[in-house]
Design a protein around this ligand. Structure first.
Ligand SMILES: [Zn+2]
Length: 169
């Protein structure tokens, strides 16, 4: 029975070769919880949050959508990707900025490393690095704010300097 279950799981599992990083495009001095995000995405007609993972400013990693299920976060690439979003991306004046806290940097690093272990060889990139709807699959992304998202070079996540341990300040 167990083997059968695993087979079904593997057959149903989609192919993943892309990890896309996003920001919530909310101000770094404002609180935008996973519940706010989910509510906003349901309002936009996605049924649930479009991203698979959400990283709060305190570094908490929230799972918002099962990885087996395609997300709704990047037009044209949802079928084979995982969407990771961090809380922030706008400074106190509402301007696009890398607002990741040290906790978020740590969590992002850990999460990306784990995902690469589960889906080896996957490309890691930012939303802004992908041109919209290239394969014309008609998927709509939850945010129109693509140009800057996620406000830093996501390809550098694993090569950038390990941030200072935030708990030891
Ligand atoms: Zn995005």
């Amino acid at each position: 029975m167990r083997v059968k279950f695993i087979n079904i799981y593997i057959e149903n599992m989609r192919k993943i070769n892309l990890i896309v990083i996003h920001c919530s495009a909310t101000r770094c001095d404002r609180c935008y919880t996973e519940h706010d995000l989910t509510t906003d995405h349901i309002r936009r007609g996605f049924g649930e949050a479009g991203y698979h993972y959400y990283i709060r400013r305190n570094g908490d990693i929230k799972t918002l959508r099962p990885v087996e299920k395609a997300g709704a976060h990047v037009r044209g690439y949802n079928a084979n990707s995982i969407g990771v979003c961090y809380e922030g991306g706008l400074d106190e004046h509402g301007k696009p900025a890398d607002t990741r806290t040290p906790f978020q940097k740590h969590s992002l690093r850990v999460l990306v490393k784990l995902l690469l272990r589960d889906y080896p060889g996957s490309r890691v990139c930012g939303h802004r690095d992908l041109s919209p709807d290239r394969n014309h699959d008609g998927e709509i992304e939850p945010e129109e704010w693509v140009k800057q998202c996620p406000c830093f070079d996501a390809a550098e996540i694993l090569s950038e300097a390990v941030p200072e341990m935030p708990g030891y300040r």
